[in-house]
Design a protein around this ligand. Structure first.
Ligand code: CU1
Length: 525
């Protein structure tokens, strides 16, 4: 039976067409599904960003009404975080982790299929709230009570259900990654020899398992407050709306690192390849990742400096937050040291990786500014915050994702992307994203509040420039879609050793250097 299996399947068993994708348990197929889902969500969330920038193009109300504007900011945030960035990272994990550690597949392939297929349903339910009576969620992606409890439309219950499903999917994905890393490594692949991308995802998986239940908890408390007479967040019944913020941010801050740690991993694979040097400070990278993950649990109330915390609390959360700069600086130092005196070339993946280091660091510095409690009082709920987290998540996580796609797409498709078009995509994006987000620092510091569809005249010029940058950045990602389709359809065949000049470096399992060749599994010594 076992020897005849492939033959049999060929004749009557093997699912084909759509069913191949519905039933697949293959990590590469599932990785592909995750990546396409993430890309579709990037376009949906991006379209909403275009609506936001169109409304803010000039002062006054012109494109959408305030309620719908709030729905757009809410859905844009939720879709980008849960629909685009996180699923893209899981897509990378599925494609790369088994190959990087010499495993034939993920440890739990059927659960892997289930983890993915929950997503389109959760995403559809989330987006469908837009068309429900009373409108979609309009309380911001952080869905603070009482806006999301007492004053929210009926569609909020569907939003809650969608969040539960998204969390379910994430937890199963995380369990799968931990099980794979702990049980499926090839002989000789000890933990401290794993490529850094695997390490960052391994640590991220523990973050997911720790905080997704907290997210589930907070939306369940919302659900019972809304429908079953509890008053967790309702002062009239003895509850406290600030409790919502505590529970939410206990999830929300680690969530930021769930999106950024795998980005660190991708960049740590790309930079050594194009600097033609081993990653500088491999073990310090592992420890820095672990300490960032640990610290991410104990800093969360830096989002709540204006809620009237005791001074001791403000000081504690301020110092703890600032401490994160230490392991983060270790990483930036190591990437820089890896490039130092390397024979660098700047193919498209390297451009995105260097762009990531540069722009993410800007976001890191503004994060430090916000971590300082007395100054945060000035920035809180302004466009400065919006500028900060878009440097971290768009110029940061999204740049790492795009770099990762260019880095690995030759391996995924067997075809080389067009280098000239890739470089155009990078420079187009890198310039427009700074036109889009850098001025938001200025208008934020000048006092423009976030999540408001109208503004005073003095913010008009920079808003118009920001919107122009936004439209250009959006268009650049349509161009990316064209590049990807072109690569899948054909183009120059990728060689076994894609990245020129990498020969002779002898990356093997014994070396923690990037796994970048076309071998299906690393050679084991
Ligand atoms: Cu935070």
């Amino acid at each position: 039976m076992s020897t005849a299996t492939t033959h049999d399947e060929h004749h009557h068993g093997a699912p084909s067409g759509l069913m191949r994708w519905v039933k697949t348990t293959n990590h590469k197929d599932i990785g592909t599904l995750y990546l396409w889902f993430a890309f579709i969500m990037l376009l949906v969330g991006g379209a909403m960003a275009m609506v936001i920038r169109a409304e803010l193009f000039q002062p006054g109300m012109q494109v959408v009404d305030p309620q719908f504007f709030n729905t757009m900011t809410t859905m844009h945030g939720l879709i980008m975080v849960f629909g685009a960035i996180m699923p893209a990272m899981v897509g990378f994990a599925n494609w790369q982790i088994p190959m990087m550690i010499g495993a034939p597949d993920m440890a739990l392939p059927r659960m892997n299929n289930w983890s993915f297929w929950i997503l389109p349903f959760a995403g559809t339910m989330l987006v469908s709230t837009l068309f429900m009576e009373g409108g979609g969620p309009a309380f911001g992606w952080t869905f603070y009570a009482p806006l999301s409890t007492t004053f929210a439309p009926a569609s909020t219950d569907f939003f809650i259900f969608a969040v539960h499903m998204l969390g379910f999917s994430s937890i199963m994905g995380a369990i799968n990654i931990i099980a794979t890393v702990l049980n499926m490594r090839a002989p000789g692949m000890t933990l401290m020899k794993m490529p850094l991308f695997v390490w960052t995802w391994f640590i991220t998986a523990f973050l997911l398992i720790a905080v997704m239940p907290v997210l589930a908890g907070v939306v369940t408390m919302m659900l019972t407050d809304r429908n079953f007479g509890t008053s967790f967040f309702d002062a009239a019944g003895g509850g406290d709306p600030v409790l919502f913020q505590h529970v939410f941010w206990f999830f929300g801050h680690p969530e930021v690192y769930i999106m950024i740690l795998p980005s660190f991993g991708i960049v740590s694979e790309i930079i050594p390849t194009f600097a033609r040097k081993k990653l500088f400070g491999y073990s310090s990278m592992v420890y820095a990742t672990a300490s960032i993950a640990f610290l991410s649990f104990i800093v969360y109330a830096h989002h709540m400096f204006t809620t009237g915390m005791p001074v001791a609390g403000e000081l504690y959360f301020m110092y703890a937050t600032i401490m994160i700069a230490v392991p983060t600086a270790v990483k930036v130092f190591n990437w820089t040291a890896t490039m130092w005196r390397g024979s660098m070339t700047f193919e498209t993946p390297m451009l995105w990786a260097v762009g990531f280091v540069f722009l993410f660091t800007i976001g890191g510095f503004t994060g430090l500014m916000m971590g300082v409690a007395p100054t945060d009082m000035q920035y809180h709920d302004t466009y400065f915050i919006v500028a900060h987290f878009h440097y971290v998540l768009a110029a940061g996580a999204l740049f790492a994702i795009l770099g990762g796609v260019y880095y690995w797409i030759p391996k995924w498709t067997g075809n080389m992307y067009n280098e000239r078009l890739g470089k155009i995509h990078f420079w187009w994006s890198a310039i427009s994203i700074n036109v889009l987000f850098f001025p938001q620092h200025f208008i934020g510091l000048a006092g423009m509040p976030r999540r408001i569809p109208d503004y005073s005249l003095q913010f008009a010029d920079w808003n118009m420039i920001s919107s122009l940058g936004g439209f250009a950045f959006g268009l650049a990602q349509i161009f990316f879609l064209f590049i990807v389709i072109k690569t899948i359809k054909g183009g120059e065949k990728a060689s076994g050793q894609v990245w020129e000049g990498a020969e002779g470096l002898e990356w093997t399992v014994a070396s923690p250097a990037p796994y970048h060749t076309f071998a299906t599994a690393p050679e084991v010594k």
